[in-house]
Design a protein around this ligand. Structure first.
Ligand SMILES: Cc1cc2nc3c(=O)[nH]c(=O)nc-3n(C[C@H](O)[C@H](O)[C@H](O)COP(=O)(O)O)c2cc1C
Length: 238
């Protein structure tokens, strides 16, 4: 598949066919993704391929706890867990999560409720002794460490796409990191970075809703002219 086309059309996939994915395919995906970049080329990722049905079910339950907290915040008009947010509104919204869980239990459920049956589940861990977290001493929320993990996660998604598969990067289980740590015997110097779900898509997106370049790019200063498509009526573009 052509690279630009792939980059423009690889959306989140949360509905999978019942096709099992063999270990050879999973291995090939990881074998390609391992060429992802990381700070200082430390490659501080670690992957657990989750096969055990009981662990899958218990992970689903932990995922769901975060999922209903997420939904409750969305319904309250919040950006879930934004580092800058109205903490009180967030606390109140999260308090309504059990109610949502109860309502959802009566329905058919979606990706989250059926997580245990996703064909491939990869737990992504970060070796905290291998991350170049350049912002760790800043007073603000830190995120640079994650930048050494998520290109790898994205390469897994792209490599899966090349296999005719699809999937989604999820971070919901991180809300229950301590329980996930116990469930998978994860040592203290590793952090949970996410859970990758992969399989054969029921459908593949052909169009993705993304913001225009000019909405997030300016020239020279933060408040500088928008960088618009060259040739259009604007300022910063050439
Ligand atoms: C860092 C990160 C964390 C995400 N966490 C979750 C998650 O916990 N659960 C989930 O269903 N999707 C998760 N997503 C997927 C996003 O919701 C998805 O990429 C976004 O909504 C765009 O969807 P689209 O490709 O269908 O347009 C995550 C994506 C990223 C990059």
């Amino acid at each position: 598949m052509e690279l630009i086309e792939t980059l423009r059309t690889t959306g989140a996939v949360r509905e999978f066919t019942a096709d099992a994915i063999d270990d050879e395919t999973v291995y090939r995906i990881l074998e390609t993704a391992r060429f992802a970049p990381s700070g200082g080329n430390r490659q501080g990722w670690r992957v657990i391929l989750i096969k055990d049905p009981e662990r899958r079910r218990r992970l689903r339950d932990l995922y769901l706890e975060g999922w209903y907290e997420y939904l409750a915040q969305t319904m309250a008009g919040l950006v879930p867990w934004a580092p800058l947010t109205d903490e009180e509104a967030e606390r109140q919204a999260i308090g309504r999560a059990p109610e949502l869980a109860e309502q959802a239990a009566a329905g058919p459920g979606g990706f989250a409720e059926h997580l245990e049956s996703v064909p491939v589940l990869l737990l992504l861990l970060a070796d905290l002794s291998a991350l170049a977290a350049l912002d760790k001493d800043l007073a603000r929320y830190t995120f640079v460490g994650g930048a050494s993990l998520y290109p790898f996660a994205w390469s897994i998604q792209l490599a899966a796409r090349a296999e005719g598969m699809g999937g989604v990067i999820t971070t919901m289980p991180v809300r229950r990191e301590s329980a996930v740590r116990d469930l998978f015997d994860i040592p203290a110097d590793f952090a949970l970075a996410g859970l990758l779900a992969l399989g054969r898509p029921v459908r593949q997106a052909t169009w993705l809703g993304r913001n225009e370049v000019a909405s997030f790019t300016t020239v020279d200063t933060f408040a500088g002219p928008q960088f618009s498509a060259p040739g259009t009526a604007s300022n910063g573009g050439s």
